[in-house]
Ligand binder design. Structure first.
Ligand SMILES: [Zn+2]
Length: 321
């Protein structure tokens, strides 16, 4: 068990928590055009369960870490990082060196790389590869939506707010998911330039940081340090954790900010999948061998999604034991 918890703890430090990743990846299936949606729905368990694979992979693959973030305010990018970082990978490597990028993060380029693989897999009717790359792509796209994945202060450690990472992306969603509205009336959008779009997403995330840090400070002031933190022994060491009361108060303070970002991540995952399929020429092989029963089940589950009853009807896979 110790090994498993270590994996979980590592996972928390690099992305949306497992609950949010699985939830948003399931939600990304419903808005797809019917043909493509059916293919993903027929493989829904895989798509949902494997949404966390890139985090799990970190345990054995040391090159994996940097694919989940871009610390755009790191010194190497200079004060004008918003305009200075080339979107093109070769240009970015030429400007900063690969070692610097590997240190400060590779997520926008990993998204682009996996996107190309997905387009290629769609084109060549490589079913297994489509599922593999779609699951991975969803993870990296979702990670780019997490504000703390865009800053060197990625855990609040530079501002005496250590623990912010797991707080924002795991603890609050875990405490409040049941109150979230999981339906959003948006159709997938075609992304003409994935490499530019992923940077747009990262800048949106980055712009959310000041409010998050401010909310942490305000809730801490309101509750006092004693009610904000508890000391827990982990691996023989006492560590400071936010209390349940703090987690609820922080989530409430941010209002719809976290659920909205999670839902927006989901919508972008849909759009990336949809665009890859379009770029491959909208192949029709995706609906081969899908039974009438599966089609009917998909339609009825879409009704549950639209009426926001996926949780109450037990259809949200991330909550299954
Ligand atoms: Zn991640």
């Amino acid at each position: 068990m110790r090994k498993l918890s270590l994996v979980l703890v590592c996972g928390f430090l690099v992305s949306w928590g497992f609950l949010a990743h699985k939830t948003l990846q399931q939600l990304a299936i419903y808005p797809l055009p019917t043909d493509l949606g059916l293919f993903f729905y027929a493989n829904q368990d895989y798509i949902v369960q494997q949404s966390i694979r890139p985090d799990v992979r970190r345990k054995d693959d040391k090159t994996e870490d940097s694919k989940h973030y871009l610390d755009m305010d790191a010194n190497v990018f200079g004060p004008n990082y918003r305009t200075d970082i080339p979107h093109d990978f070769k240009q970015a490597v030429a400007k900063y060196s690969f070692d610097s990028l590997r240190k400060e993060g590779l997520v926008p380029w990993e998204v682009n790389r996996v996107y190309s693989r997905l387009v290629n897999a769609f084109k060549n009717e490589m079913r297994d590869s489509v599922l593999f790359y779609a699951a991975d792509l969803g993870h990296y796209v979702a990670d780019a939506h997490v504000p703390l994945h865009t800053t060197k202060n990625h855990d609040g450690q530079l501002t005496n707010q250590k623990g912010m990472h797991v707080l924002w992306e795991s603890l609050v969603p875990e405490a409040q998911l049941k109150n979230y509205t999981l339906y959003y009336p948006k159709v997938p959008e075609y992304i003409a330039k994935p490499q530019d779009f992923i940077f747009q997403i990262l800048f949106e995330s980055h712009a959310m940081l000041p409010d998050m840090f401010k909310a942490e400070t305000e809730v801490r002031k309101a509750l006092g340090e004693d009610k904000s933190f508890k000391m827990v022994e982990r691996y023989g060491k006492m560590q400071r954790y936010y209390t349940d009361e703090f987690i609820q108060a922080f989530g409430d303070k941010l209002g719809t900010s976290i659920p909205n970002r999670m839902i927006q991540s989901s919508h972008r995952v849909t759009s990336f999948w949809y665009s890859a399929w379009k770029d491959a020429g909208s192949p029709t092989w995706v609906t081969k061998d899908i039974s009438a029963d599966k089609k009917a089940a998909f339609e009825s589950e879409k009704v549950q999604w639209k009426s926001n009853t996926l949780i109450s009807t037990g259809k949200l896979i991330s909550l299954h034991k």
